[in-house]
Design a protein around this ligand. Structure first.
Ligand code: HEC
Ligand code: HEC
Length: 270
């Protein structure tokens, strides 16, 4: 009987301690609310705020800094992009319709091949085709207001006069954007080229060097490992590569069916 009481008491003590620990010792995990599209009230926006919006899109949703950064050398730095426009427009290789800095910058974003900065063209095209995606389409999908904000930001950063005017209302186009879900990509190759995996990886015709070579990834990695590497790049780092380099939001950018298509494609590269 005495032993029984001892055991019972001890068990209660352990349970009590555990409950206390579970309540106070373990930090509670609150699921973060899903990100909502930022609603922009253009009517009340000052130019300074518009420039901040441009910078946010440039570094965030626009994914510009994935390629335009000082690390990779995969794309020209844009600090002076606005300032070199005059020279671009006079260049014999220029094929676009822009007439001034503002229209050149917009054109660079939605028709990147109108002028390809020497040495930065897609491999084997003699600088005729740009590896940069149309940022108004695909998974980046910037709308007109967002492109205007980025253009203003590039002008400001380039030290030229900001000629972009804050659009009067984004009402209609923003509403349309929300309704119009993007069409799924048709193939893994489309995903890779539109999303720009090749900016960092050797894959397909791209020769990115910031991440591991993916041309034979299926020979050394399972589909499960590849899926995990895309969804949670920091979970298991490839040897010799830095963490926090590969974007960690492909899981939210891609539809589930697209992710599977991509994984299946990569797993077959042997
Ligand atoms: C997948 C990589 C990639 C992404 C993402 C990307 N770019 Fe580019 N961009 C390039 C490359 C490569 C070039 C050089 C070839 C060319 O001129 O098209 C370029 C050229 C440009 C130019 C012309 C520069 C000049 O000196 O004439 C501008 C402007 C530009 N990008 C802006 C942007 C902005 C703004 C974004 C984000 C909204 C962006 N890019 C996203 C790769 C990228
Ligand atoms: C900004 C550069 C960058 C971009 C863009 C990028 N990656 Fe990566 N990726 C990396 C780096 C760096 C690593 C190695 C570190 C790590 O494991 O996170 C990596 C690792 C990987 C691995 C694991 C490789 C291995 O040997 O285990 C896979 C698979 C992969 N990336 C696929 C992709 C795909 C698919 C895309 C496009 C949807 C993509 N990456 C876009 C930089 C990038």
């Amino acid at each position: 009987m005495r032993n029984f009481l001892k055991v019972a008491f001890f068990s209660l003590l352990v349970i009590g301690l555990f409950a206390g620990f579970a309540n106070f010792g373990i930090p509670r995990i609150e699921p973060a609310p899903p990100p909502t599209e930022e609603k922009i009230d253009l009517g009340s926006l000052t130019m300074d705020q518009f420039l901040v919006l441009g910078e946010k899109i440039y570094k965030g949703k626009g994914t510009c800094t994935l390629c335009h950064n000082a690390l990779g050398g995969r794309a020209p730095l844009l600090e002076k992009a606005a300032a070199v426009t005059a020279a671009r427009l006079k260049d014999a290789r220029y094929k676009g319709d822009a007439t001034d800095i503002e229209s050149y910058l917009v054109e660079s974003m939605i028709k990147p091949s109108a002028f390809v900065v020497a040495g930065f063209g897609k491999k084997g095209t003699q600088d005729a085709v740009s590896p940069m995606p149309d940022v108004s389409a695909g998974s980046i999908g910037l709308n007109e207001v967002e492109i205007a904000a980025v253009t203003a930001y590039l002008q400001d950063m380039g030290g030229v006069e900001v000629t972009v005017e804050i659009p009067e209302d984004a009402g209609d186009s923003a509403a349309e954007d929300e309704e119009q879900q993007r069409k799924p990509y048709e193939s893994a190759e489309d995903i890779i080229s539109e999303i720009g995996c090749g900016a960092c990886h050797k894959v397909g015709e791209d020769e990115g060097e910031q991440g591991p070579d993916l041309t034979k990834i299926g020979a050394i990695r399972s589909a499960a490992h590849i899926r995990k590497s895309i969804l949670d790049p920091n979970a298991e780092l490839s040897k010799g590569f830095e963490k926090d380099l590969m974007p960690n939001d492909y899981g939210t950018q891609l539809y589930a069916s697209e992710l599977e298509m991509l994984v299946e494609y990569l797993a077959k590269l042997k």
